[in-house]
Design a protein around this ligand. Sequence first.
Ligand code: FES
Length: 253
Amino acid sequence: MVQLTIRRQDGNTIWYETFDVEEKPGMTVLEALFQIQEKQDGSLCFRYSCRGAVCGSCAMLINRKPVLACRTQLSAVKSEVILESEKEEILLKHSSKDESKEDVLVEPLPNLRVIRDLIVDMDHFYRLVNSIEPWIHVSEKTGYEENIIEPSMQIQIEKYTNCILCATCHGNCPAAARDDKYLGPAALAKVWRFCLDPRSRREDVDKLTSQVNSKEGVWGCDVVYKCVAVCPKKVPPTTAILKMRENTKSKSD
Ligand code: FES
C-alpha cells in the first residue's frame, strides 16, 4: 500500500486528505488517482486526456515538483524525501496520516487559480501564450505554396516546438509567482522559436522582439533554470531568453 496525501479544495475550503492505494507494477500517479476516484472518493477532481505525456493536461505537483502525473510512476516517487519543514506543515494540516507507510504528496500546479482539487484554471497561462500570437504570419504572396525550411534549421526549432503547453514551467517559475504580467517561460520560448524560423516575416520578428524587451518579457526572468529542470519535453526556455537578451543588447550597442 502507498499513501497519497492530496490537497483538496472546494471553493475557499482547503484541506489535505490521505488515501491508501493498492500499488500495481508500473502504476503511475494518474492511475493511482483513478483508483481513488473509482473506489474511495468519486468527488476527487483532476484533469487528464491522453494518458501518454502528449496532451499536457495532467500537470500537477508531486512531492512539490511540477510533473505530468501520467508519466510519473508511483515507485519512483513513493520513497522520495520531502523537506522536513514541508512535511510538518502538511502534518499539521492533516493528522490522520500513517507515518509508517510510504507516501506521496499530490497538489495542484502553483501560480494558477485552483478550480477544484487538482484542477487549475489554465486561462491565464493560455492568455500569456496567445499574447505573442504563436503562429507564422504568412505573407499574401506565399499563398498556399510550400514554404520549406532546411532540416538543420528544423532541428534547431524542434527543441522549442516540442512544448505541449502543460504549464509545468509556469508552475515552477519564481518570476511568474510574483508577477502575473510576466509572459513566462512557455511564451518566451515560443517567441524565440518564431524568431529562429526563416518562414517568419522580418516585421513580425521585430514586433515580437520589441514586445518581449521589457521586465514582463525577457528581463523579468531570474535565470535560475527552474523551467528547464521540470519541462517533460526538454524545452529550454532559459536558453531562449538568454539568446533574446543577447540579441537585444547587441542591437542597442
Ligand atoms: S494525460 Fe496527457 S499528458 Fe498526461
